[in-house]
Write a protein that binds this ligand. Sequence first.
Ligand code: ATP
Ligand code: MG
Length: 431
Amino acid sequence: MSGKLQAIRGMNDILPDATPLWQWVERSIASILDAYGYREIRLPIVEQTELFARSIGEVTDIVEKEMYTFPDRNGDSLTLRPEGTAGCVRAAEQHGLLFRQAQRLWYAGPMFRHERPQKGRYRQFHQVGVEAFGMQGPDIDAEVILMSARFWRALGLEGHVRLELNSLGSSEARTRYREELVAWLRAREERLDADSRRRLDSNPLRILDSKDPGTREVLDEAPSLLDCLDAESAAHFSELQAILADSGLEFTLNPRLVRGLDYYGRTVFEWVTDDLGAQGTVCAGGRYDGLVEHLGGKATPAVGFALGLERLLLLLEVTGAARNAQLPETDVYLVAAGEGASSAKIRLAERLRSEVAGIRVECNCEGTGFRSQMKKADRSGARYALILGEDEVRNGEVGVKDLREAGSQVTVPDAEIAGWMARHLGSDARG
Ligand code: ATP
Ligand code: MG
């Protein structure tokens, strides 16, 4: 190999300047999940290829062309997970979590799809996923949707995403509709784009999702899935809408909304934004009552969603909502020089961390002179510089300089410095 080593295209490093925002988003979401009683499950990144082929469906974009699949050394076919639901169902089944009980689960982590990299679309990306098992009523659909709405509020994104809702009905209703749609589209086949024509045979419902302008024009007149719903699904759907309306959540019905994966039925929803161009879906989910049984378990109702963290972060940037983030700041920057100062510095830093709850202390260990260390202190963003020179060490004192108020410096006895810091940083510094 020649030249510099580079990350794989579409797989991003998240650098230290960026991670505080990621951590804030992840913490905000995790605390909301916790408030709703969802419990975290941690799953392998690699699974048997068959799991994805069987659950996502052979004629989906993911399985047809996006999976990272490779032979294990013993010849098994393995795949980097392209999404989390399949692995979550596999794990829940394998460990008996679905046996006569409801489960509210969530997970977060990297997913892998071999797509053309562009803004908001990567080959390694991150999702937070939520799955609720064993509950069939529209109340749980409403709960997961309202929970996702709370994410946006917590992150300051309210008004930048809107909820689109649809019902795919029962699989019988979908089969009926599929036939009706295919017949209708066949009569207008010459106006469809090539991809959609191909899908007439393989996965006709996905045509509803087409971005091609000509195809969309044809679809404007096409029969609507909502007119074909079976009675039970229609009742489920209208009750869901009533609960959401009673809860004050706005939504629009989008009869063209179909999910890319095979296992959805009844409720489907997406949170979309106009601020990210073509990659406008930030969060997508719905009901997949058939999947657990399809993977060999007992029939188990299930509803969930996955949200794309990269798109969420992009949205925070473009809307300016990233400014709302509570990012951690250094409280204290310790500078020291002279006889005995090196050891005193380390001991003082250790003591502060032990005695002042939550304090963030950064020690200069670069071995440079005072002036250069003070410049680093200024640039660190810290509130205070603590100064240990030969005099301070000899007298058992610490110099304290307020870096946000020019000129103010005091000397505090070493024995009182922890108490002084606790008082002056106050509770706001603890976040
Ligand atoms: P799209 O239509 O944009 O390809 P999808 O239907 O394939 O999305 P899902 O499988 O539903 O997406 O995944 C849920 C969410 O994960 C998406 O709404 C999006 O926010 C995010 N996501 C999906 N694929 C990618 C990707 N390649 N890069 C970044 N985020 C992604
Ligand atoms: Mg996709």
